[in-house]
Design a protein around this ligand. Sequence first.
Ligand SMILES: *Cc1c(COP(=O)(O)O)cnc(C)c1O
Length: 428
Amino acid sequence: MKFTSTRGGIEPTSLDLALAAGLARDGGLYVPESVPVSETKQAEATLAQTATALLEPYFVESRLREALPAICEDAFDFQAPLRPLASDNAWLLELFHGPTAAFKDYAARFLAGSLARLRDPAAAPTTILVATSGDTGAAVGAAFHRRPGFNVVILYPHGRVSPRQAHGLECFGDNVRAFRVDGSFDDCQRMVKQALGDESLRARVPLSSANSISLGRLLPQMAYYAHNALAFHADRGEKLNFIVPTGNLGNALACWLARRMGLPIGDIVLGSNANDVLPRYFAGDEYVPRPSVATLANAMDVGAPSNFERLRWWHRDDAELRAAMRAFRVDDAMIRETIRQAPQRHGVIPCPHTAVGLRVLEQLRDAGDPKPWAVVATAHPAKFDSIVEPLVGRAVEPPPALAAWLARPAHAEPLDASYDALRAMLAS
Ligand SMILES: *Cc1c(COP(=O)(O)O)cnc(C)c1O
């Protein structure tokens, strides 16, 4: 299996090169030349086994082929349970049982395991650049913390992440540095993209990305959808439908890709916050990226969803793409109301992102939709205690792994929101 760029400006390349590079040289995103049909059928397999079976066809020509099962065992060693909601015929797909209590732990750990095995031990250390609106940075920091041969540089928008999220980004130390950027998430993402496209810098400082543009993050995220959809189908003879709280579209695109590979996944509905580029597009407007606005679901504060380019590449035209999924907008007032009512209505306390998903479920039900839905719970509510606790009127305890990170001291360095500032820091 070879990989190409969404912009068509590169020769088909190997998975290993695509994983190491992050972004293609022509500025596009790597995509597999074709989408294989999955042979994965065993609903009884573990999550790690499902991941291995699903990813194998992409890894046939990779140096990682033999190591794939071990990489998956490492990355998928915590569960992704489907928990029934109090509301009818609906479940929560809990993806927050990893070390930093958000779904990004799976893919970050998969990417770290892959890159660690691919690198030449004699080469200069690789710097992993990551722009984050909260959870990516922590997941990537945790996945690469103290891994020989890697440094991590985290850029996050100052004042736009929750206090506990900020602590989670700043608590690593050692080979992981956190920079609070005087700007928005889009600024951080732009700075990272520019560095990755800067050939003269890369000749001096080996760089790689860990953002959701990386294939090494996109592909493994299929596993939890596949695993639960297979189990659900075996159990009930029905396809499971997914509501995915969405920012850069990485998680939802993985769900779509799993469906394209033939897994028994029904409808896919995206939940956006007030950054409604996708709801507008799916409702028939042009695709018009905009500056992001700050919301309670800050990991979804994205005005230019980077994976849209992949989604578009995979569809012939807008009509075909708009038939593939739907998207709903949920603003901050609705997020607050949903969190407040969730313990009673759904029997759970959601994080603000998960609340976007629950709100979409309520809207589907109000419109008479009877299907079985899984709402993707992208983070643990304890990460957003300052928002969630006043609304539900009780304390939300952090899970043990998160509590351990939060007990460490925190440190961040300031950085201007300019590429020159980032370049100077990396080159020094
Ligand atoms: C990253 C993140 C999202 C958005 O995921 P995308 O893959 O960027 O669409 C949603 N919720 C939480 C908690 C996140 O950390």
